[in-house]
Design a protein around this ligand. Structure first.
Ligand SMILES: Nc1ncnc2c1ncn2[C@@H]1O[C@H](COP(=O)(O)OP(=O)(O)OP(=O)(O)O)[C@@H](O)[C@H]1O
Ligand SMILES: [Mg+2]
Length: 374
């Protein structure tokens, strides 16, 4: 087991047609601690696979250095790095059976047959592939091939495990189950794992820490809870959470000495609670964005004090909860509702909010101003 250190690493590709340079990874620095489950998360094209392939040794590093343990691996081949990999395109050996594909890394190391067989049985049960061990890759569905590829990765005894969207081709039930097994396996063995996904729910469920990327740049590195509660900027605030955080541009003004947030685009305003008064004083009259999570807004009786009259714009019943878009003084806000009650567009409802949970961002830079409270 070893830690991985990515030190000021960049990756530039040259586009074959236009001959222009694409900076896929832009001065990335982070560490995956020994035994940590680190998830690289971000939208398509943000540089996750490029980062992982550079760690694996499958892609040249354009600038910076990568260490596995204390060894700089920039000039080492993938074999010399002792990393196990599961990539999205499976890379299975077509002439070999599933059994042979998974046990290949153990055979190559000359482990005894009994030991190989025992490891195989354990992994096959874990991934629910015991009934396809005699088949060849061409006879498998995409989801089955993906599990075989994952099996070949986790059966090995490696310093680091690198996985690029290893659950993407599984149906939702299998995906959930395999995700749980991976997490359990990690808790049991405490291996160093780096896992790439663009699915924030998967990231929040699996990670000890998440590295969030956008446009080749790291946006935030933190635990799932801290990223959810204290997003470092507007990108992270909008990317994490489903439905995403409500973001309202506006300014903090004083209303007879009481700080009030006034929306820029609508007549909507909020009297700010005491816990935000320091922020309010410090950033008065600056261009800000107020962020509030959907679950911090609630439908209440129209005559409850402090409620805002809202008009339902969209309502979807999703079984366990409802998702409502409501307009308060022209300002659109999304919230989650009780599954027992149903609404229709045009309904008038009372809305209350836990404004003390609101956070602010600088509108120009997009950076969070939440640090005062952390
Ligand atoms: N071989 C290549 N040649 C040129 N550009 C490339 C190459 N590989 C990747 N890129 C570009 O680099 C950027 C990052 O790609 P990368 O595959 O690392 O993204 P990703 O975050 O893994 O995305 P996805 O979620 O879609 O897999 C993209 O703009 C992509 O088009
Ligand atoms: Mg990718």
């Amino acid at each position: 087991m070893a830690k991985v250190t990515v030190q000021d690493v960049s990756k530039a590709y040259v586009d074959e047609k236009s001959r222009e340079q694409v900076l896929a990874v832009d001065h990335s620095s982070f560490t995956c601690a020994e035994g940590e489950f680190l998830v690289l998360l971000g939208p398509s094209g943000c540089g996750k696979t490029s980062t992982l392939r550079m760690i694996a040794g499958l892609e040249d590093i354009s600038a910076g250095r990568i260490f596995i343990g204390e060894t700089c691996v920039n000039d080492l081949s993938p074999e010399e790095r002792n990393v196990a990999m599961a990539f999205e395109n499976y890379a299975l050996y077509p002439p070999l059976t599933v059994y042979e594909n998974i046990t290949f890394p153990l055979k190559a190391r000359g482990l005894p047959r009994d030991q190989i067989h025992a490891s195989l049985q354990h992994i096959a049960e874990l991934l629910d592939i015991t009934d396809i061990l005699d088949r060849q890759p061409a006879e498998l569905s995409g989801g089955q091939q993906q599990r075989v590829s994952l099996g070949r990765c986790i059966i090995r005894d490696a310093d680091v495990y690198l996985m690029d969207e290893p659950l993407s081709h599984l149906d939702s039930e299998l995906r959930l189950r395999t995700r749980g097994e991976l997490k359990r396996l990690h808790e049991l063995n405490q291996r160093t794992m780096m896992f790439v996904t663009h699915d924030q729910v998967e990231a929040l469920a699996l990670a000890d820490r998440i590295v969030i990327m956008d446009g080749g740049r790291i946006q935030q590195i933190d635990t799932p809870v801290r990223i959810y509660e204290h997003p470092s900027n507007l990108f992270v605030a909008g990317f994490i959470g489903e439905p995403p955080m409500n973001l309202i541009p506006g300014r903090i003004m004083s209303d007879d000495g009481v700080p009030v947030f006034r929306a820029t685009d609508h007549p909507f305003s909020v009297r700010l609670p005491d816990n935000l008064s320091t922020t309010a004083k410090k950033y008065a009259k600056k261009d800000l964005v107020l962020g509030i999570r959907p679950h911090h807004l609630h439908v209440v009786d129209r005559d409850e004090s402090g409620q805002y009259p809202g008009k339902v714009v969209i309502y979807e019943s999703l079984g366990e909860e409802g998702v409502m878009e409501v307009e308060i003084e022209g300002c659109p806000l999304t919230l989650l509702t009780d599954p027992e009650r149903h609404y229709h567009p045009g309904d008038t409802v009372g809305i209350s909010a836990d404004w003390e949970k609101a956070i602010f961002f600088d509108r120009a830079s997009g950076q969070s101003l939440d640090l005062d409270r952390v």
